[in-house]
Design a protein around this ligand. Structure first.
Ligand code: PLP
Length: 470
């Protein structure tokens, strides 16, 4: 085991390694060119019997691990959604790993608990969310949505499932046909059943059709089923579509159904007043999640989960064995606000980033990404052989290449899948694809912490060059 005297020296070395890595990140491919098993085969089969020099361990890290990493902090990372870091959040995480605390309740971490409470208020207020909401940090949006789904289930069944394991009725969860799969997974994990997740069709903008939601809910009620939760999305994963919150909220109100809002990625953009119109109707929501770890430069993991009624949430998740009895009844115990007992100290990185960048700095960064995406959109829009396949919102573009007029959908799908592989094989960028109503599209997300105009320009050049030769 390293001794105190060694730690300081090694910590300085590690800090330099991190700084060097980030300064030189563009020397790496964004996505390494590897086959499954390539890394594992370079790792010894058995753990070492004897001590190894720390310098050797760091060398192996540099030789084996770093080149085998998909570089999420590379400015060419434009796949999926980003998972952004900033220097501030890295430094906060370094300090947190030094404290190595477990923020299960107030007694085990008073400062971490109270900082978390305050940071959730800051995030709520800077993003224009309702003032009376209370929040808790979770690791991911998937877990926040599962938490919401369980809370909704207990509300709908008056705690029958928690107490007796059955409500005697089929519960139903509603979402759009564009919703992230975490909604379905939450319903499956909460015992509601995959078959009882009803995917409501979307309109031409890929937004949930509220009229069809209401018809479906009425039918289900007539069939003796119990509407449990509607999951609306603000910024779908496929194309960044926004569901009509107000119309959905009114329906939930009428039929007494829980409304959960998934703004995992786009929630960060509500720091900008000009996007707050998407929040119209938000006061009708029962729960809400967004991931500062996606676009807010507050690194993974950090998911902000809000509820309208924190008492209900605690009623669902509180459990007080003797060994965890509270010492102080006035204190918040976040272990009672969700599933895990043990919790990371995530609030410090929020504090560091918000203080260091300020609201204005964050707004400038997000606006900067959106401006870059707009210039990418303008360039592609003017290319005769490229098509924009979904309404363009913020900084996500769904595009495809059409080499010749009149090609069938299957041919275009195969062509664009192949083109995407070529783009990623180049190594400077990592893009991902998806399907929109059966049409394969290439997604470009311009939201990485360190992306600049020159990266967007070289992506355009690469797309044109590779598509011309395909
Ligand atoms: N919801 C949406 C809209 C997403 O895009 C994602 C992931 O990209 C998730 C939920 C799941 O997020 P997490 O990885 O935090 O569970």
């Amino acid at each position: 085991m390293l001794q105190k005297k060694d730690f300081r020296k090694q910590a300085h070395i590690v800090a330099d390694m991190i700084a060097d890595h980030l300064e030189n990140i563009e020397q790496f491919r964004v996505k390494p060119d590897l086959q499954p098993g390539d890394i594992r085969s370079r790792l010894p089969e058995y753990a070492p019997g004897n001590t190894e020099a720390f310098a050797d361990i760091l060398k192996a890290y540099n030789d084996i691990i770093v080149p085998g990493i998909t570089q999420w902090q590379h400015p060419g990372f434009m796949a999926l959604f980003p998972s952004n870091a900033s220097y501030e959040s890295i430094l906060a995480e370094m300090l947190v790993s030094g404290l190595a605390v477990n923020t299960m309740n107030w007694d085990t971490s008073p400062a971490a608990t109270e900082l978390e409470e305050r940071m959730l208020e800051w995030l709520r207020d800077i993003c224009g969310l309702p003032k009376h909401w209370k929040g808790v940090l979770q690791d991911t949006a998937s877990i926040a949505t599962l938490t919401a789904c369980i809370a909704a289930r207990e509300k709908a069944t008056h705690f029958a499932i928690q107490q007796k394991g059955s409500a005697g009725k089929t519960l139903v969860v509603y979402c759009s046909d564009q919703t992230h799969y975490s909604i379905e997974k939450a319903a499956m994990s909460a015992g509601i059943g995959k078959e009882n997740v009803i995917k409501i069709p979307t309109d031409e903008k890929f937004a949930l059709r509220a009229d069809l939601l209401e018809q479906q809910m009425q039918k289900d009620i007539a069939d003796g089923k119990l509407p449990c939760m509607v999951a609306a999305t603000l910024g779908t994963t496929n194309s960044l579509a926004f569901d009509p919150l107000k119309a959905i909220g009114d329906i939930c109100n009428t039929y007494r159904c829980w409304l959960h809002v998934d703004a995992a990625y786009a929630g960060t953009a509500f720091i900008l007043e000009e996007y707050r119109h998407y929040l119209d109707g938000i006061e009708l929501a029962d729960s809400y999640v967004f991931n500062p770890h996606k676009w807010m430069m507050i690194q993974f993991d950090c998911s902000a989960f809000y509820v309208k009624d924190p008492m209900h949430l605690q009623k669902v998740f509180s459990y007080d064995p003797e060994y965890l009895k509270k010492q102080n009844s006035a204190a918040i115990n976040y272990k009672d606000w969700g599933i895990p007992l043990g919790r990371r100290f995530r609030a410090l990185k929020i504090w560091f980033v918000l203080r260091s960048m300020g609201i204005a700095g964050l707004q400038e960064k997000i606006r900067g990404h959106i401006t870059l995406a707009q210039s990418f959109f303008n360039a592609i829009k003017n290319e005769p052989k490229w098509e924009i396949m979904a309404p363009f919102a913020m900084n996500v573009l769904c595009i495809r290449h059409v080499p010749e007029a009149g090609m069938r959908s299957e041919q275009l799908n195969a062509h664009n899948k192949e083109l995407l592989q070529k783009i990623n094989a180049d190594g400077r960028f990592y893009l991902s694809g998806t399907t929109l109503r059966g049409e394969y599209v290439i997604r470009v997300v311009i939201g990485q912490s360190y992306v600049e105009e020159k990266h967007v320009e070289s992506l355009i050049e690469l797309l044109l060059e590779l598509s011309a030769s395909s």
